[in-house]
Design a protein around this ligand. Structure first.
Ligand code: NAD
Length: 250
């Protein structure tokens, strides 16, 4: 018996996998034996990432996860190619602008909700019937410590991630009887391209709140996701894996 995470013969979808945390997850999955379809709205980047990592293991798919029809088309394409879908990682997300709630632009709020909360819902909705039919699946949603603690000047982001946590808990109960585990991770801040969407003041605030005293690394997030995506995660469902470096209060 191996002590390594075993994803041999597993077929995965990782949304937002063209860069950042998602790319680290894709790299970890293929190193563990999986084949992975990356869903990303950035066509150039998703194709480049698949070429970098090898088309034998990685399938690039241009998808906007905030559009149900687009998600359904992409999931059908992947199922036709792979024959099954064992793992879904809902990772695509945006930070949204930093404003006080009373100044938060309505369109920006709706955009954040559409990508961060509708996106995971649409992907779960499209993938769950395949997992139910095969009586196996692992869904891992990337929430955030902001969804548990709330960050000032980021109420749209925080509320969207709190929604992802609640989605995880509800769906975990619905799918438990089919050997489908649905869990989420709540990382602290990780230095990725998402920082370009935030004010420096907000980045400084997030770092100041991490008892570990540093940002979490994308590989550290990927390691936890790999466990939650594996058959070893055989009992836990509807749970939140904390990656806050000590910040979480529950
Ligand atoms: P990133 O900006 O580096 O990567 C996000 C990827 O998602 C990009 O490739 C982007 O093209 C893709 N994407 C965005 N909107 C999309 C859409 N509508 N459809 C398809 N793809 C879309 O971000 P990251 O830091 O790697 O973040 C990944 C996830 O982790 C996000 O859900 C984010 O909220 C969460 N998270 C990040 C941090 C952090 O500090 N980096 C902390 C906690 C949680």
């Amino acid at each position: 018996m191996s002590n390594a995470i075993d994803l041999n013969d597993r077929f995965a979808i990782v949304t937002g996998g063209a860069q950042g945390i998602g790319r680290a997850v894709v790299e970890r999955f293929i190193a563990s034996g999986a084949r992975v379809a990356i869903f990303d709205r950035d066509t150039d980047l998703v194709v480049k990432t698949a070429d970098d990592l090898g088309r034998a293991r990685v399938m690039p798919v241009t998808v906007d996860v905030s559009r149900l029809a687009d998600v359904e088309r992409a999931v059908a394409e992947v199922h036709a190619e792979f024959g099954r879908i064992d793992i879904l990682v809902n990772n695509a997300g945006v930070a949204g602008a930093n404003h006080k709630t009373w100044d938060y632009p309505e369109e920006e709020w709706k955009k954040v909700m559409a990508i961060n909360l509708d996106g995971p819902f649409f992907c779960c909705r499209a993938v769950a019937p395949h997992m139910i039919a095969q009586k196996y699946g692992r869904i891992v949603n990337v929430a955030s410590i902001a969804g548990k603690e709330g960050n000032p000047n980021a109420s749209a982001y925080s509320a969207s991630k709190a929604g992802v946590i609640a989605l995880t808990k509800s769906l975990g109960k619905e799918l438990a009887e089919y050997d489908i585990a649905v869990n989420c991770v709540t990382p602290a801040a990780a230095r990725t391209a998402i920082f370009d969407q935030m004010s420096q003041q907000h980045i400084d605030y997030m770092l100041s709140k991490i008892p570990r005293g540093r940002f979490v690394q994308v590989d550290e997030v990927a390691a936890t996701i790999a466990f939650a995506a594996s058959a070893d995660c055989s009992f836990t469902t509807g749970a939140v894996f904390d990656l806050s470096g000590g910040r979480a209060t529950y």
